[in-house]
Write a protein that binds this ligand. Sequence first.
Ligand code: GLN
Length: 471
Amino acid sequence: MRRRETTPSELLERQLADIEARDGEVHAYLRLTPKSARAQAAAADQRYARGEPLGPLDGIPMAVKDVLCVDGVETTAGSQILAGYHPPYDATAIARLRAAGAVFVGMTNCDEFAMGSSTENSGYFPTHNPWGLDRVPGGSSGGSAAAVAAGMAVLALGTDTGGSIRQPAALCGVVGMKPTYGRVSRYGLIAFASSLDQIGPFTRSVTDAAQVMQVMAGRDPRDATSAAEPVDMLSELEAGVEGLRIGVAREYSEVEGLEPGVRARVDEAVLKLEGAGAELVEVALPHTDYGLAAYYIVAPAEASSNLARFDGIKYGASDPNAQTLVETYLRTRRQGFGPEVRRRIMLGTYALSSGYYDAYYLKAQKVRTLVARDFAEAFRDCDAIVSATSPTVAFELGAKTGDPLAMYLCDVLTLGGNLAGLPGISLPCGEAGGLPVGLQVLAPQWREDVALRVARAYEMASGVTARVAPA
Ligand code: GLN
């Protein structure tokens, strides 16, 4: 576009045509916003044509997970309870991307309120993996990952509470980054678990992820947990791994359920990083198994509190036939929430209730501290920790829907990063059985630059980059 070879409007029309051609099979989008997208692209056309100052993402088509408020666009968190909700404002991340010139093409499918690892908990329909239409795209941000993987968006936003950006990125063969807790404002994000949620990008290259991070990150007075740390995602991106210490943890490389094909690709990737000049060190993350159990107390506990507002009065579509206030609450919540969300509300309410709080919630918080300490210890000996992102490649639709515990185990390698608030990135590192394998790089708090640099070094050393899945 800068070279005047194409325009934002041409790019958008091509993008909309690609969506038209492929989304009938993939089902990545819940709704498209061609009218407002065309207006944004036309405005970008003008900026390019007049030689006006351009934003870093000027005219680039972007998809948004259905949990981020976009002014005037229906935003439902993948839930029937929010059907018809049109937020009257932009989330801060959206506002910043808008100011940088991004063109919003639509809202992507996700697990209801971001609870899940396959996008099958969507209150609307499941999304299919572009690399194998009988497979899940991962979740909860499966629509965003699938859109980028199928060439139906250049960039997409997701959220990651226990792995919901990194795991679908891995299963769809794209790049996905979860920032440090507090790095990106959560203002305008429909909350799942407020002490864990972070917003991040899906892209087809590490450099693109760094660009989006640079635009979104930084202090926002509307989110008290957002940090004023300096933001520099780009200047060390090409610095390579020469002299960096890369940690490998046995608890991660020998985790239960790790598929041999995944392990082989990740082992090769680690050797590539060594070949590029990194020093490999062994580190320990002894509380990994307990972390999974703690996460599935803390996240539902926070969800049960956050979702209390969807009662048919404050938020949520209320049933006009309800006769009393209590009946309004009951009918709204029974009809509006799907089974997994109901399960989480019950688990969370139980863990927080008097008599059980100390035994479950408080205990889980203590474990959370131990997990964070594991990482703090490990990062004394290394600059970044590398592992598989997901123990498995994309599994078949329906394979885990009847077994919540099997679904929860998808997050065993990612949720430690959320419990400890660390930044992490997943990027493609080859295939197993024709399906993408993801490499995870975790870094210390506020060191997105290190995670990105290691990821970029792997891209350069291996020549492996995200591709659009063939139709
Ligand atoms: N799969 C995890 C869960 O169901 C993580 C979801 C997420 O990161 N939003 O809680």
